[in-house]
Design a protein around this ligand. Structure first.
Ligand SMILES: [Mg+2]
Length: 236
């Protein structure tokens, strides 16, 4: 049974006019984008610690690190020398930004087929408003599910998504979903007694301080028990 069908069977029919329909903001974020693009040409490096940005004896910083490299504490914007010290056996690759731009355009083209309201906020992430697109792709959760699968199928690049009523919660949800996941936060379930605090880990380096502050203030926390939590991309 597809994950979405299993979720519906377990939780009963969703009131799509309320919870699902109002949670229509989807944040799509490609997983370790630069690394994933490099791995398209170097599939033998899959499952290994890979760092994009240059050699560890060069000046400069890490542009992207695979999830395997992140286990050693390597992250974007870290000096390459530090990354080399943390994981000497990591594979260090030069970045190819023209190539990343081309793949970003391909992803953007797919996004545009799902909603007329798409805002690319960086080379590898975008917000979409799925309100009013039900006739084409079904309710927002089904559309989000379909969209992420299509990106993975058409580009072979892993991605994650967060579906919520606001951009802030959608962003936090997609961070929670990584890698290769989709977290849906039904409208109205952002705060409540079962809520799990949003982890700092889930927030990007640059946005961390701002998001933690905002989340704390508005108590935007994600109830994973109520969220549709999906990691189905691996099968592709
Ligand atoms: Mg990303």
């Amino acid at each position: 049974m597809p994950d979405l069908a299993r979720f519906r069977a377990k939780h009963g029919p969703l009131d799509e006019r309320s919870a699902e329909a109002t949670a229509s903001i989807l944040h799509v974020d490609m997983d370790a984008f630069f690394v994933s693009v490099e791995l398209l040409d170097r599939p033998e490096l899959r499952g290994k610690p890979v760092v994009v940005g240059g050699r560890p004896d060069q000046r400069g910083v890490v542009s992207a690190a695979s999830y395997e490299a992140r286990k050693y504490g390597i992250h974007s914007a870290m000096p390459l020398r530090t990354a080399g010290r943390l994981c000497p056996h990591a594979i260090f690759l030069d970045g190819h930004h023209e190539k990343y731009g081309e793949w970003s355009d391909r992803v953007a083209t797919i996004l545009a087929t799902f909603s007329p309201v798409v805002e690319m906020v960086s080379i590898d992430e975008a917000y979409l408003d799925l309100a009013g697109t039900a006739r084409l792709h079904g309710p927002p959760l089904a559309a989000a599910d379909k969209l992420l699968r299509q990106i993975t199928r058409d580009t072979s690049l892993p991605c994650s998504g967060g579906l919520a009523a606001t951009r802030l919660v959608a962003k936090v949800a997609s961070d929670q979903a990584k890698p290769r996941g989709l977290v849906w936060v039904p409208a109205g379930s952002e705060a409540g007694k079962h809520f799990r605090p949003v982890g700092h880990r889930a927030l990007s380096q640059i946005a961390r301080r701002r998001f933690v502050r905002i989340c704390h203030r508005c108590r935007a926390k994600i109830d994973l028990a109520q969220s549709y939590f999906w990691r189905g991309h691996r099968r592709f």
